[in-house]
Every structure is written in structure tokens, then in C-alpha cells.
Design a protein around this ligand. Structure first.
Ligand code: SIN
Length: 280
């Protein structure tokens, strides 16, 4: 296996590996996991693998999860189809960590390109360990112990008719996560707010709030400031897709953004998201 770093902070290309082989070889999958923990997102080229191999490789790291809005391949449950055809859809271009609206968000994902536009449709990943590390100390002190509420209803649900949106919310009630989570395997501290985060759960205390204005708009300004850290280029890597390119990311410590500049060209991706633990 050859490894080539793509930036100083995040991402590496992996050469000399077939993910089809890795789906049948625990030792190889383990070696890939080691690289994932180090680089946070890995890129593989020319992976002409079957859907069964794609799902089996991802399943080596844990169970796969379906998505309540995006459908899965009927023959391969857990292989979510992210297909954009000639209809303009505008809900994907926002920095996010997958499934932050779940009690146990995905630990990672393996995304394969089936079809991509001739130009455009790149994906950006962000190192949220770096984002936390570089926060000013006074902000780190302020967010220590803060919890954030996260919801799918206001994101994926926003484009739905009202009754469907509310049903999505009833089936996926809002959850609460630490604003700073700890990586369960590396121990790194991670800034854990994204476009799924709606408000702080426990900001309104006498230390934080002298007058109402310290909470409204004070708390939302702080949340927006934290969310905006994902857009700092120094924490990012940007990947240009080709059919059969694969990206695998550690979803606990990264965010991503699918650049939506290619419409009306089609773009078809298939994603196996791996069930994770409750953030702490
Ligand atoms: C995702 O948001 O999980 C998919 C990213 C992409 O389609 O590039």
C-alpha cells in the first residue's frame, strides 16, 4: 500500500489496494483503518468493485445504516443512493457530519462515484480536530460543557410538504450532543457542530447571560461562529471525482460539503455509512 498525503492537515490518497480484496481480507481492512485514523479521509482510484464488495468492505467496520430520506439500493440495504439527475436539488451543499441528528451518528462512510459531471461536483472534507485546536482559548473555555441540539427536520425536512416534514421530525426527534466531543479511538478533541445543529441546550446560565440579548442573539452568534469554522480552507481537502473513485472518511472528526456547481449534469454516488457510538 502506498500513501500520499494530500494536504498538511487532512486527506491521503491510497495506491496499490483493491477494496474488493480488502472486503475479504481483515488484515488489509485493518491496515486501511490505521491510515484512516491518521489522515481522516482516504481516497482510492479505479475501484471497479461490485456493490456487494462495497457494502462488505464497509461492513468490516460495523453495521450499515439506511437513511430516512435518501433511498438505498434494494439489493444491498445500507448502500444509500445519492443520485442527482436533471432536477435541481439544493439541500446537500452545507458543511455537515453525517447523521448528527441521530443519537449514534455514523462513525464513518465509504462513498463510491458511479457517474460524475465532466467538471464540477467535487467534495470538500474538513478536519474538525484542527478546527477545535485552533480556537481561541477564551472560546474553548466558553464552550467547555456546552450541549447542542441537532435535527433532521429543519434540514432534509425543509423542502418537504409540511405534514411530511413534521412526520420526519416525529420519527427522528431532536437529539443532544456535546459541542466538543472526544474521539473514542484517538482521544482527540473535536469541534462537533454542523449545519444539523440548531441551538445550544444549556447556554442560558447566569455566567453566560446578563440580559436576554446575551442569549438572543448572543448564543446563536456563538453557534454560527463555531459552525463557520468548517469553511476555513486550512482545515480542508478538496477531491475531484472520477467514476470508481472511492472516499472513506472518519465521520466523527470530519465534516464534508458536496459542491453543487454541476447542474444540470447528472451525478451518482453510492454511500455505505457505518453505525457509530454515542458521542461523549
Ligand atoms: C454525503 O454528504 O455524504 C455525500 C457527499 C457527496 O455526495 O459528495
Amino acid at each position: 500500500m502506498q500513501v500520499r498525503k494530500m494536504t498538511c492537515t487532512i486527506g491521503a490518497e491510497i495506491f496499490g489496494v483493491s477494496l474488493g480484496d480488502a472486503s475479504r481480507d481483515a488484515g488489509l481492512a485493518e491496515a486501511i483503518k490505521e491510515q484512516l485514523l491518521e489522515h481522516k479521509v482516504l481516497f482510492f482510484h479505479d475501484q471497479n468493485i461490485t456493490r456487494a464488495e462495497h457494502a462488505a468492505f464497509a461492513r468490516y467496520f460495523g453495521d450499515l445504516e439506511d437513511h430516512p430520506v435518501a433511498g438505498s439500493d434494494p439489493d444491498h440495504p445500507g448502500l444509500v443512493q445519492i443520485y442527482r439527475n436533471d432536477k435541481r436539488e439544493n439541500y446537500e451543499n452545507n458543511y455537515h457530519t453525517d447523521g448528527q441528528w441521530r443519537e449514534t451518528p455514523a462513525m464513518g462512510a465509504v462513498l463510491r462515484c458511479i457517474e460524475c459531471p465532466p467538471v464540477g461536483g467535487d467534495t470538500i472534507w474538513v478536519n474538525m480536530v484542527e478546527a477545535y485546536k485552533n480556537l481561541p482559548q477564551e472560546i474553548k473555555d466558553k464552550i467547555d460543557g456546552l450541549k447542542v441540539k441537532c435535527s433532521i427536520e429543519h434540514s432534509f425536512g425543509a423542502v418537504m410538504p409540511e405534514e411530511k416534514r413534521r412526520e420526519l421530525g416525529r420519527n427522528n426527534p431532536m437529539v443532544e450532543h456535546p459541542v466538543v466531543r472526544t474521539h473514542p479511538e484517538t482521544g482527540e478533541k473535536i469541534l462537533y457542530v454542523s449545519s444539523f445543529s440548531t441551538h445550544f441546550a444549556n447556554y442560558h446560565t447566569p455566567e453566560n447571560v446578563r440580559f436576554g440579548l446575551d442569549k438572543t442573539p448572543g448564543a446563536s452568534m456563538l453557534l454560527n461562529y463555531l459552525i463557520s469554522q468548517a469553511s476555513i480552507p486550512e482545515y480542508q481537502v478538496r477531491f475531484r471525482w472520477k467514476p470508481n473513485s472511492v472516499a472513506m472518511w472518519d465521520n466523527r472528526c470530519t465534516q464534508h460539503y458536496a459542491v453543487q456547481d454541476y447542474w444540470p449534469a447528472p451525478r451518482k454516488m453510492e454511500r455505505a455509512a457505518i453505525v457509530g457510538d454515542r458521542p461523549f
